[in-house]
Unconditional design. Structure first.
Lengths: 237, 209, 237, 209
């Protein structure tokens, strides 16, 4: 067995250093690598460029890193659910690059699929298109303009899965899959934390979301809070 | 004149049997409550779910089951989870029949602005730019005028654009308007109690009566 | 429920007509849509352009269509496991476009992901590159040439899955997944035959390979032969 | 001098612990039999499998479990199935540590020709062009000369190319040769009983001794 398991988050983030670009999985607070974020804080890594759909809230997720000014730049599609983020952005302490959500996901996927660029219609005619190559293709029976967008190649990808085996095969649960799969595929080094680490052969080979070949280190996380951002419900009557 | 529930209900009438629909945040979310029981519709949530069900019962909320608005939701028989890249893959490949979203401004060419107000905190475009750039059919749900009383149906948007020439229909508290292929807001219907004059006064872009 | 189930292969192929471009799933004889191929034969559709990794063998798979001269053009990566194919190709009756296997798969995927073109290094400097745009990108730390390849948009995609539900959600088994998933995603109309058709809710929503949104018609096939092309085994001693 | 089993065995010695390896048809397939038990290796089959196991026991053959050579195979603990697009996605993104394949000709620049002989029936390139264009490390397993006795290690390939400047190492019945970054076949070792002269006579491209 090609064993990629490590003991914990600290062992897992070896080699991550200040100034690097890291992709961090999750959508809002759903499916975020809680243990890895905690380790980044404990190691006090600075000047990080984070690719992540969102930036957490003041006291959870990437918001924790923001609060400690560990992030130099955010590449995200939707941010500002926390006050400190807003303060740092308006004061110019934090650099922010906003990317359409589908473009973000597709650029990550492109990294994992070995596609140097992708063409997407998202952002054509908007400020997102500034400085980018625009090209017309006929597709789906329509001539349309597309923007050329580059694949992401983050130094590290930090993802969270539901289950994983020691060979790095990952399985996600529900909408906690979100960006984790595409990020896992594109990291130069991909680190996965899982709620349950199992032996190879336990997961059905037909139903693995991220094949272990994309994953370099894996460990079982602990004390998951799995905070809910918007608790909505209906009453049982 | 309709309130936001009325707008949502009116838009629900546009949804046809078999449609895959993406609902934005705000009034569009309310549309789900008015979809006829006689038709079968699948709701997509762009964070990775087809077949979004109602909110869970109190106590059953699951942090791993959320929609694009980060609200806890449930699944339905036949639901599917997938990753963000595939989610926008199906959006780009025009598998979503109808996208319903809010807007700050719409131009008579069908341009839409709904993500950024210069000088104000910018939260980001989320999935809106992808959705408007790709959707085969887009309906905008919004108030006809903004809080300052200015028309949101314009000749040209003044705010930074989300997408160009993409909006097909607008439903406001005053009426239903088609954006004509060569420009202009065609009045499809006025809601009960709304006069043509009221619409004229509230519409700055070219109105086709 | 958005019900996409139809009774059988004949009902499923309604609208497929002579001269159309169809993508046909499978790798070798593994995972081919046996019932749909039989229906194409029974309906005697002609002048078909078939996108398929292989062309079957003389008496099975696409070889059956070739034998009846129903195929005008094959777009494939590896062919010629059957004598009739060779004869038709050499005589000029059959047009053949050979495409690298990864390019084939990726062009199909591109169709389903709404990407009008993809850039791949496969075939650079070979005759596959003739007439194609070549462009240099820096990716994975290396400057390299890539070919621009167009997404496939077949009129119909004919795929075979292991299980599926009436809403069109598909699950594949083993290596029978192969090209079926990418083809299912890119068909203007996608028809899926499955070994077992179930009610929505039976398949785990976390483990669907092809979401039903990509599938337009689905039916339970019958009398699967599932022929093995190269039966290799070891003895039990 | 080595037979095809010897060549396969010699190549197996190049495989390191933790490698993901893609084995082509022919001699490369045999390599699997000689991988040391002391190392852990994952074999990829480009039709959609990581973790290819041995042939099934007689009677256990399953039509849904085949390798890229269309042979019936088995899985191992930790195996994964996936679709063709992802399979070549991982190939293009250089996740495969080593690709081993056969060739008709290799040039001193590392160009390879292994798919087409003009005037003969062309079966197609299969996945070979993708593999050679993307692999970080490619070893070619082949006979040093063809059936007509002509060298297959050339200054420039005469047959239509599969890929350019990609082959890193060649193992033939005569020896092991590195393709140097600036061109030339560097003799790494001669197999037992092989003379330098024999290699010189059989090599048409630039030999670096």
């Amino acid at each position: 067995m090609v064993d990629k398991s490590v003991l914990n988050a600290f062992e897992a983030i070896r080699g991550v250093s200040s100034g690097m670009t890291i992709a961090v999985g999750g959508f809002g607070l759903c499916g975020i690598p809680e243990n890895l974020i905690a380790a980044l804080i404990a190691e006090n890594l600075k000047e990080l460029t984070c690719i992540s759909n969102n930036a957490g809230v003041d006291d959870f997720g990437l918001g924790l890193l923001l609060g400690r000014k560990q992030i130099k730049k955010m590449i995200a599609s939707y941010v500002g659910e926390n006050a400190e983020f807003e303060r740092q952005m308006l004061s110019g302490e934090l650099e922010v690059e906003l990317v359409p959500q589908g473009t973000l996901a597709t650029r990550l996927m492109a990294g994992g699929y070995g596609l140097p660029v992708v063409y997407t219609p998202a952002g054509v005619g908007t400020e997102v298109a500034e400085g980018k190559e625009v090209r017309t293709f006929k597709f789906h029976g329509v001539e349309k303009e597309y923007l050329m967008e580059y694949a992401f190649e983050p130094d590290f990808a930090l993802v969270k899965a539901w289950k994983g085996d020691r060979m790095g095969n990952l399985v996600y649960r529900g909408t906690a899959q979100n960006f984790n799969h595409a990020m896992a595929m594109c990291g130069k080094v991909t680190i996965a934390e899982v709620e349950e680490l199992v032996e190879p052969g336990v997961l059905d080979p037909n139903f693995i979301h991220t094949p272990g070949i994309y994953v370099h280190r894996i460990f079982q996380g602990e004390n998951y809070e799995k905070r809910i951002e918007q608790r909505t419900f209906r009453s049982k009557d | 004149m309709l309130d936001k529930y009325g707008i949502a209900k009116r838009i629900a009438a546009e949804i046809q049997d078999g449609y895959y629909v993406n609902l934005g945040i705000g009034i569009p979310t309310l549309v789900a409550n008015y979809i006829s029981d006689d038709i079968n519709v699948v709701l997509q949530s762009e964070n990775g779910l087809l077949g979004m069900g109602p909110f869970p019962y109190e106590g059953d909320e699951d942090a791993d089951y959320i929609n694009a608005g980060k609200q806890t939701i449930t699944t339905l028989p036949g639901s599917v989870f997938f990753d963000s890249a595939m989610s926008f893959g199906m959006i780009r490949s025009r598998k979503i029949d109808l996208t319903i979203l809010g807007a700050m401004e719409v131009s008579e060419q069908g341009d839409i602005a709904n993500w950024k107000i210069p000088g104000k905190m910018v939260k980001g475009m989320g999935g809106a730019m992808d959705l408007v750039a790709s959707a085969a059919n887009i309906i905008v749900a919004m108030q006809h005028v903004n809080k300052a009383g200015e028309s949101k149906l314009l000749s040209a948007c003044t705010l930074p654009l989300t997408g160009t020439k993409c909006v097909k229909k607008i439903v406001t508290e005053l009426g239903v308007f088609d954006v004509l292929p060569h420009g202009g807001f065609k009045i499809v219907e006025l809601h009960a109690g709304v006069t043509l004059d009221q619409v004229r006064r509230s519409t700055k872009g070219k109105l086709v009566e």
